[in-house]
Write a protein that binds this ligand. Structure first.
Ligand SMILES: *Cc1c(COP(=O)(O)O)cnc(C)c1O
Length: 413
């Protein structure tokens, strides 16, 4: 082995295992190149990517326009901190506000940080505007949520894997069942509630799409009770579900939109919260921030990544291909004992495997899919998420459906 390089799958896996924390359980594949919808491993095998780095790579791997912006800006200026202005920040802020239709944006780096920002904004607004007594603010979240890994965020998690042995937890969250309007009505009557916080489709939980009308009703309940609707579109946003935001499917306009992942097309960590002045201007200088948040590279990359999405009509493509994919998988479910159902929107879909949550069947199918040239990962137990880059063509999707069908068929033997 050359110093600093790995040439085989096993070498790379051994190194990670020996020197890295074991906080992930990756599929045994070692990647070293990506282009569009394809990934290559260190042995030169080519794969279709059906995870897109958890929907961060909607624009396809190493999109030339995004990569060029990254190079261009990083040769000019990478970081000023927010102690000074930059010629990129205002431009990106204006662009993001116009694209999403909000007064203001606050840029951070990761999805978790953007959610943390939204929590702070909701509380601040709750005290300054709603008149909630000091330190009494409550944020209502839903069961099976996923908003990131910080200690505050996991305080609202209902997943024991995310929370066990990480207490004590942050107070001020109330959890209600997802997709349950009555529970919302009841919870939001509490005058100390400042925010209702949820994903429009629960990605990590296994692509749970709420009943039609749920988000619209939730929005109305928020309005009625003077509560901010905080929508986490980190995974569902930026075209993934066949609309720019998954919220657009129900025509809602949340008080806060939380973005991350594909806002940079996978090239750089960028996240953001969008809100109107009444909420955003409750924050005063010094009260919140991040050294890298809104740095010039992040700004240049985010603007380009969204322009790529718009100009290549990737959102429309996600809607179109999503219909085809779900129809094919629904057909597979009628033919195969192993597949129970398919659900999702646009190109964020999940296939439910007909086995128990604890079984390794979904994992074993993903290993087989890998051998057949397609990379996907189980989410929770028996659910496989299928989320290719939105740059996929119909012909490529056809080939992928055939790989999935063939793999399921082989697996049954
Ligand atoms: C991935 C994800 C996050 C966390 O983003 P990080 O960049 O990993 O911190 C938050 N919310 C949702 C819905 C996500 O899918």
């Amino acid at each position: 082995m050359l110093e600093g390089t790995v040439t085989t799958t096993q070498e790379a896996i051994d190194l990670e295992h020996r020197y890295g924390a074991h906080n992930y359980h990756p599929l045994p594949v070692v990647l070293n190149r990506g282009e569009g919808v394809f990934l290559w491993d260190v042995e030169g095998k080519k794969y279709y990517d059906f995870l897109s780095a958890y929907s961060a790579v909607n624009q396809g791997h190493c999109h030339p326009r995004i990569v060029n912006k990254l190079i261009e800006q990083s040769q000019k200026l990478t970081l000023t901190s927010r102690a000074f202005h930059s010629d990129q920040l205002g431009v990106a802020e204006k662009f993001l506000c116009e694209v999403f239709g909000y007064d203001k944006v606050l840029m951070m780096n990761t999805g978790a940080e953007a959610n943390e920002t939204a929590i702070k904004l909701a509380r601040k607004w709750g005290y300054l505007k709603k008149g909630i007594p000091a330190n009494e603010a409550v944020i209502v979240a839903v069961e099976k949520n996923f908003h990131g890994r910080t200690t505050t965020i996991i305080s609202a998690s209902t997943d024991p894997v995310a929370t066990t042995d990480f207490g004590p937890f942050m107070p001020g969250f109330q959890i209600v069942p997802y997709n349950d309007v009555e529970a919302l009505e009841k919870a939001l009557e509490n005058p100390n509630v400042c925010g209702l916080w949820m994903e429009p489709i629960q990605g990590e939980a296994g692509v749970y799409v709420p009943e039609e009308g749920y988000l619209k009703k939730a929005e109305a309940i928020c309005k009625k009770n003077n509560v901010l609707f905080m929508i986490d579109e980190v995974q569902t946003g930026i075209g993934r579900t066949g609309k720019m935001l998954a919220s657009d499917h129900e025509g809602i306009r949340p008080d806060m939109v939380i973005l991350g992942k594909a806002i940079s097309g996978g090239a750089y960590p960028v996240s953001a919260v969008l809100a109107d002045d009444e909420v955003m201007l409750t924050l005063k200088p010094g009260e919140h921030g991040s050294t890298y948040g809104g740095n010039p590279v992040a700004c240049a990359v985010a603007v380009e990544a969204i322009k790529v999405l718009q100009e290549e009509k990737l959102t429309e493509n996600a809607e179109y291909l999503g219909q085809i994919f779900r129809a094919r998988m629904a057909e597979l479910a009628t033919k195969s004992e192993l597949v129970s159902s398919v659900r999702g929107r646009g190109l964020l879909n999940a296939v439910v495997i007909n086995d128990s949550e604890e079984s390794s069947t979904a994992w074993d199918i993903c290993v087989k899919l890998k051998e057949n040239g397609l990379l996907a990962k189980p989410t929770h137990g028996n659910i496989i998420r299928f989320a290719p880059p939105l740059t996929m063509t119909e012909e490529q999707l056809e080939e992928c459906c055939q790989i999935i069908e063939r793999t399921i068929e082989e697996f049954q033997k």
